[in-house]
Ligand binder design. Structure first.
Ligand SMILES: Nc1ncnc2c1ncn2[C@@H]1O[C@H](COP(=O)(O)OP(=O)(O)OP(=O)(O)O)[C@@H](O)[C@H]1O
Ligand SMILES: [Mg+2]
Length: 421
């Protein structure tokens, strides 16, 4: 990729908007030049409910990242989540030849098979208003031979592809793009947040052996499953840490701000770990007299909501996917995964080895220390995913170029002269 190329990643979360502006260096590495965050306004459970407020929040986060980096935000990649997201596995198929001789598979054949899978999904009832945001090949089949990971240059009569398709409500997509536009910028592409988060917290071995990732944010919990290095399942549940804060505020008759402080500093997702007689001072609302309450009782409120999140996730997953394939285990990420006891509670419900996923910062240079927190997994993932997608595009252009016989001829001549230079 061209050195000096700028990539901007935006995570429009329900509690915060986070923007990273990065630049490609001469050695093709990715350097984070600017980080901007602002409290998220105008969004609920991943959906825009006030477009002007959301646009203002985006503008302020981009402005901060621009000021820090001295760069203009360009090539903007945005994450999306929300209950409107639908994902399914589907099949695309094409005939490679009508004759009796088999045919060598080109990149164009592969693209046609993927297009066929997209067309099949679009024709299904209930998908009319949805737009496809990802069509991710899982594996291929040539005639009767299944499990092929890359069919390019192989031969056969028929090519099938098993694809994970992610769709989003068309209006929700347009609203996100409109917010960015009202802030004065143009969206290049929209990514599904659970896929982006998994880029930043799962390594290749985990993606290959089988892993579940659950990103518990403020208003949404995003789930994705990876096996044999490709995505098998994704879903979004409209519950997160904000629900826990609201539950505490209602149950303790205190303000959301105090409820948030108690949750973060003293709360636990596993009430049995909290000593029975430990007490907490709870402030009353707007000057009313506060009182002392048992911390164990507050943690029971937290646990009830966390249980609901994990049990819903488990139900969704086990209905759609054979969990015995998950060899690596469960990774929790997102801000609410930091709640004390959450890892243990998830381990109990899923009966699976569990860890908290922090974003991989090794692939990035620059001042990235601030990003070492599970709440930044999505924005780091969007950045890594857009970088990989751009690189893949570059490779594809090269592949097309050199699979063309005329271009091949010129390349051979160029290589011949290179040997003498
Ligand atoms: N140290 C902590 N302990 C407990 N909870 C935390 C901690 N830090 C953040 N949170 C909670 O994490 C949530 C925000 O997480 P995050 O920043 O990942 O959400 P988001 O990306 O804005 O929202 P979403 O992904 O749902 O759109 C809030 O509910 C916040 O209270
Ligand atoms: Mg998030």
């Amino acid at each position: 990729m061209k050195s000096g190329f700028t990539i901007t990643a935006i995570d429009i979360g329900t509690t915060k908007i986070c923007v990273l502006i990065a630049q490609i260096n001469e050695d093709n590495s990715l350097e984070v030049k600017g980080i901007g965050t602002s409290p998220s306004k105008g969004l609920k459970n991943g959906i825009v409910i006030d477009i002007m407020k959301a646009a203002d929040s985006i503008k302020s986060a981009i402005g901060e990242a621009e000021a820090q980096s001295n760069l203009k935000a360009k090539n903007i990649y945005v994450g999306i989540a929300g209950e409107h997201i639908k994902s399914q596995n589907t099949l695309g198929r094409i005939s490679l030849t009508s004759g009796s001789q088999s045919c060598e598979i080109t990149q164009e054949h592969i693209d046609d098979a993927i297009t066929n899978s997209k067309n099949n999904v679009k024709l299904q009832q209930g998908n009319e208003r949805l737009e496809i945001i990802h069509a991710i090949p899982q594996y291929y089949q040539i005639d009767d031979q299944k499990g092929i990971m890359n069919p390019l240059n192989m031969s056969g009569f028929n090519l099938s592809v098993y694809v994970h398709i992610v769709m989003a409500d068309g209006n929700s997509l347009r609203n996100i793009a409109k917010c960015v536009e009202l802030a004065g910028y143009k969206t290049q592409e929209i990514f599904l947040e659970p896929i982006a988060s998994s880029k930043s917290v799962l390594n290749e071995v985990e993606r290959d052996l089988g892993s579940i990732i659950i990103d518990i944010g403020g208003g949404t919990t995003d789930i994705a499953v990876f096996f044999k290095d490709s995505i098998r399942f994704s879903a979004v549940i409209p519950l997160g840490g904000t629900n826990i804060t609201q539950d505490i505020a209602i149950g303790m008759h205190t303000s959301p701000k105090d409820a948030e402080d108690i949750k973060i500093n003293q709360g636990s997702s596993l009430a049995k770990l909290v000593p029975k007689d430990e007490m907490v001072d709870i402030d009353g609302i707007a000057g009313r007299i506060g009182k002392k309450r048992k911390l164990r009782y507050i943690s029971e409120i937290i646990e009830a909501r966390m249980r609901e999140i994990f049990e819903n996730s488990y139900k969704l997953l086990s209905e759609k996917y054979d969990l015995s394939c998950i060899t690596a285990g469960l990774t929790l990420t997102g801000g609410a995964s930091l709640l004390s006891g959450t890892e243990k509670l998830a381990e109990e419900i899923f009966n699976m080895s569990t860890k908290i996923g922090y974003p991989f910062l090794e692939r990035l240079s620059g001042a990235t220390e601030q990003l070492d927190n599970p709440k930044y997994s999505t924005v780091v993932g969007i950045l890594l995913q857009s970088y990989d997608a751009l690189q893949e595009k570059d490779d594809k252009i090269l592949k097309y170029k050199y699979s063309d016989p005329i271009m091949n001829f010129f390349k051979k001549i160029a290589d011949f002269f290179k040997d003498f230079s």
